[in-house]
Design a protein around this ligand. Structure first.
Ligand code: AMP
Length: 299
């Protein structure tokens, strides 16, 4: 199969209770594509400004990420600043600068349009819709979002959701979007609008995969040192969808394994700032952690 990922490529300024990092490489597409690249060769769609490092694009290419859908434009790369509290779930967005994404109207290369899996990673829902309309007949469409779009463009999100099979969100986001305080009710509201599955990420506690008659829970990896929680959600989606793309079929057992690989990839992403952990990561480490996850829940 093949996997297209559209989302942000960014510079992030991150403040954790212990450290601050200015303008490190981030973005929903960046994390997702790198996590997926351990399973398949994703095709990315996005835009960077002239300030984005060439070495990072070369790094993507060295990981067999197809960058033909990536544009470089005059202007500044998307920028996001986030602060974390002692509880890594407590994240505050300090600043979002859309920059070169403002008038990004991509035309997908022909080879992208035929892809079977599309991931609309966190980005303006109007752009997600526009990309989706260019795809021929994907077998699986997944999407993610973030508070900013839920607050400013909820109707856009509901419109895209109608065309989506899997909705990825964290607990706060799905409750905010559905205006429900109970997680299960929140998921039911989303499922009623179109998707077959809601994958609700619960940070260090793992994730819950909910369908109309399906539920599967996956733990988070017991990690003692969460260095930077940024990108955990996108890395989860990258591991999940990258695995499904490699598996070549979308059955319930595969969905369960995909969720475990999602959690595995998220657990690596948070071990260092920015994409540093993915630079050093080896496939054997992923397999080893997958086996650890299995031991964790076998009794
Ligand atoms: P995550 O921690 O997986 O939810 O995603 C964090 C990434 O999302 C960061 O690297 C940011 O650059 C990116 N991001 C933050 N806000 C937005 C937004 N409004 N649209 C697109 N990407 C964003």
């Amino acid at each position: 199969m093949s996997l297209v990922i559209v989302g942000s490529l960014a510079f992030d300024t991150i403040q954790t209770p212990r450290e601050r990092r200015e303008k490190v490489v981030g973005g929903s597409c960046t994390y997702c594509a790198l996590a997926a690249s351990f399973f398949t060769s994703p095709k990315i769609v996005g835009v960077v400004g002239e300030d984005f490092p060439r070495e990072i694009i070369q790094f993507f290419q060295s990981k067999k990420i197809d960058t033909r859908g990536l544009e470089a434009r005059p202007g500044k790369t998307f920028f996001w600043e986030g602060h974390y509290g002692y509880d890594p779930e407590q994240r505050e967005t300090i600043k979002t600068e859309i920059n070169v994404f403002r008038d990004f109207r991509p035309k997908l290369p022909a080879s992208y349009r035929r892809a079977e899996i599309v991931f609309l990673a966190n980005i303006d829902p109007d752009l997600q819709d526009e990309i989706l309309s260019q795809m021929e007949s994907p077998a699986l469409v997944a999407m993610d979002t973030i508070n900013l779009w839920i607050a400013t463009k909820p109707e856009g999100i509901w419109r895209v959701l109608k065309k989506v099979n899997i909705f990825f969100a964290n607990e706060e986001e799905i409750k905010m979007l559905s205006q429900e305080t109970n997680l299960i009710k929140a998921a039911r509201r989303v499922l009623a609008s179109g998707p077959r599955l809601a994958v609700i990420k619960k940070g260090e506690h793992g994730a819950l995969v909910l369908g109309r008659d399906f539920v599967f829970g996956v733990l988070g990896h017991p990690c003692e040192d969460v260095v930077d929680p940024t990108g955990a959600g996108d890395s989860f989606a990258g591991g999940f969808l990258g695995y499904l793309d490699k598996a070549g079929k979308i059955s319930r057992p595969q969905i369960r394994r995909a969720a475990v690989f999602g959690s595995v990839m998220a657990s690596f992403a948070i071990e260092d700032f920015s994409i540093e952990r993915f630079k050093a990561l080896r496939s054997e480490e992923i397999e080893k952690r997958f086996r650890e996850f299995r031991r964790l829940v076998t009794f």
